[in-house]
Design a protein around this ligand. Sequence first.
Ligand code: AMP
Length: 305
Amino acid sequence: MTTTTATPVVAHTRDELKAAREALPSRDVAAVMTMGALHEGHAELIRAARRRHDHVVVTIFLNPLQFGPKEDLSRYPRTFDDDMAICRDAGVDVVFAPTPDVVYPDGDPGVRVSAGPLGEVLEGASRSGHFDGVLTVVGKLLHLTAARSAYFGQKDAQQLLLIRRMVRDLDFPVDVVSVPTVREPDGLAMSSRNTYLTASDREVALCLSRALRAGADAAPFGPSAVRRAAREVVVEEPLALVDYLVLVHPQTLADVPEWYRGEALLAVAARIGTTRLIDNTPVVVGPGGGAIDVFSDVPTARAEV
Ligand code: AMP
């Protein structure tokens, strides 16, 4: 494997991306797809990809298709120069930063990938069409980058699950690799949207990771103990307006029944001030159970390095 410390090549157009890709000495390319405003979570994805592949292409694209009309597309942080510094330090070869007209030259695509029923629960319940927009752009970016592997964060658990489904259901020739959630020292999951939080919002937001930890600690005692322990933490924080707090099966996203033992996803979404945050932890429910970083039956950056 080669080590890259040079400034990444920046491609804004399809032709520039193609030329940059063809100039790479090896076809062993991994993709890390982002919306910009990069932080240590993104850097971890890039480093994980870098460790296992000759080249890494990072995409920076604020995909209008996945934002609802009342969502934060216009105020989403744009920090391209800082993003480039992170990409350079993490050893990225190519940054593809297109505008919407490059990705969607004919305007909104008439044909889209449908996420199906798994795209309508949890995040999809309050963000109609969100996952169709995500899968459509991920599919396009997989084609455009011609990546062999693509790295995604466990932080967006439902997105990760749906991308795995799409790749399997539609036979995309790509390995999907998951990377554990990177957190601030106090437990807050890193997110580009954390920059919206005021100092007091940020204090309130800590109840989400605390709730997940409390739930995971109760995992040996079964599903209702997990749910109760997590709920007890968030009800103590009236300024966190919880959208959902669920313990679900990692593949079906259906609530696990009380007799269930094994891997499950404890996931939360809440509005804090003007900001909607999500967080989750994979857990093993049952005797000896507790939090785990990622689910066991899927390729993960940690397990494979
Ligand atoms: P985004 O720019 O928010 O669309 O995220 C791009 C990728 O980074 C997605 O695969 C996310 O799941 C991943 N990601 C975002 N935040 C984190 C985090 N705190 N830890 C690990 N991965 C993350």
